[in-house]
Ligand binder design. Structure first.
Ligand code: HEC
Length: 133
């Protein structure tokens, strides 16, 4: 009986440890606006998920071209195409041709930040705690 209790406790603790290790970043520092975005609490916790505004903007504003086998000449992109830092660069530098030629459409600063939040939070290798503020 006692042994199984100890085993249970060990199993529980290791599960907690694994979840902790795979926690997504809690914060994102936004260079453009010099603000700290809290991604693990409050409204942005929801909005930076695939079904929140950030994830929806990616589907609506980006995947219209960046889908697999598209005819627009756009490379396939998904959230794990880049790591968190690289996604931040896409938005701070706006270096892609499509960002310069108006393909992103009209997005408010808050919408751009929410899209960036989503991509940052679930990026490649984002599952360690790379909080940035
Ligand atoms: C109208 C179509 C279109 C839309 C909409 C669009 N893109 Fe693009 N994007 C392209 C094309 C075409 C290229 C390749 C341009 C080139 O390199 O000549 C590109 C290139 C890129 C690149 C560089 C390629 C890479 O792998 O680094 C990134 C990053 C990018 N787009 C991100 C985005 C994001 C983020 C959005 C949504 C806000 C978006 N794009 C919306 C057409 C589009």
């Amino acid at each position: 009986m006692r042994e199984s209790l100890v085993l249970c406790a060990a199993l529980f603790l290791s599960t907690v440890a694994v979840i902790e290790l795979h926690a997504a970043p809690k914060t994102r520092f936004d260079e453009t606006t010099q603000t700290c975005r809290y991604l693990d609490d409050g409204p942005l916790e929801w909005e930076s998920r695939p079904w929140g505004q950030g994830g929806k903007l990616f589907q609506e504003r980006c995947k219209s071209c960046h889908s697999q086998g598209n005819s627009k000449g756009a490379p396939f992109l998904w959230v794990e195409s880049k790591n968190s830092e690289a996604w931040n660069r896409v938005f701070t530098e706006k270096y892609p041709a499509c960002a310069k030629d108006g393909s992103w459409g009209q997005m408010t600063m808050e919408e751009q930040m929410r899209l960036n939040d989503y991509l940052y939070r679930w990026a490649k290798n984002s599952q360690d705690l790379n909080d940035s503020c």
